[in-house]
Design a protein around this ligand. Structure first.
Ligand code: SAH
Length: 215
């Protein structure tokens, strides 16, 4: 049975969705993104102490220096990533695994790399409960990408870069899309697209984002 808390969470989720549609952050017909947001429970990824704040539209402390990203920022990034059912995705900075879970519900496969061992182990536990078979978690430095599975249709970086690591641009497929927060101390969302081996960059949400640094 749905508890009072669950009801409260679903109301808060609906409110967030409405605000994103009103503000044009997502499209009202974007069933894929709306469904994954409704389906994945952020409360299952948030640490116990912050569970009540699962749908506060802020980043929340996770373990060590990792944070669980702000829902609005995740939606902005996922919208720009333009996932399709067939996408093979590389994610850098697994964190809690919340965004990984959402990607896995849309895409064909997601390989997610986390540099911190404790964060990696916690994400693994979180995602084991989620039971998606198309997620591969890797402990390592995401700046190198993941040659074994390259090239990728989509690449998403979850930590602030001074510039987008070259290896990641190399491992992007033709017609592929990469999104990353770039800049210091505030980041812009950069959307990189590869066409005929040429890369074009577009800047979105200029200097409006705050991510922890890519190590
Ligand atoms: N979207 C995630 C937030 C991730 S926070 C969520 O909602 O849970 C950013 C993560 O990137 C942190 O866990 C940090 O340890 C990791 N990270 C930083 N530099 C990295 C690197 N070079 N390779 C892989 N992971 C990295």
């Amino acid at each position: 049975m749905e508890s009072i808390k669950d009801k409260e969470f679903s109301m808060q989720k609906k409110k967030l969705l409405e605000s994103w549609i009103t503000e044009g952050i997502i499209d009202k017909d974007d069933k894929l993104l709306i469904n994954v947001f409704l389906k994945v429970k952020r409360e299952d990824f948030v640490i116990k102490e912050y569970r009540d704040f699962s749908y506060a539209d802020t980043a929340l402390p996770f373990i060590k220096e990792a944070t669980i990203s702000q829902p609005t920022v995740i939606m902005m990034m996922l919208k720009n990533l333009n996932l399709t059912k067939g996408s093979k995705v590389l994610e850098i900075g697994t964190g809690s695994g919340y965004q990984t879970a959402m990607i896995a519900l849309i895409a064909e496969k997601v390989i997610s790399i986390e540099i911190d061992k404790d964060v990696f182990e916690t994400a693994k536990k979180n995602l084991a409960k989620f039971k998606a078979r198309n997620i591969k978690l890797v402990l390592g430095d995401g700046k190198n990408g993941f040659k074994e599975e390259a090239p990728f249709d989509r690449i998403i970086i979850n930590a602030a870069c001074e510039e987008i690591p070259k290896n990641l641009l190399k491992q992007l497929k033709n017609n592929g899309v990469l999104v990353a927060p770039v800049g210091k101390p505030y980041q812009s969302l950069i959307v990189a697209k590869k066409n005929n081996s040429k890369i074009s960059f577009e800047e979105k949400f200029s200097h409006g984002l705050i991510f922890s640094d890519l190590r």
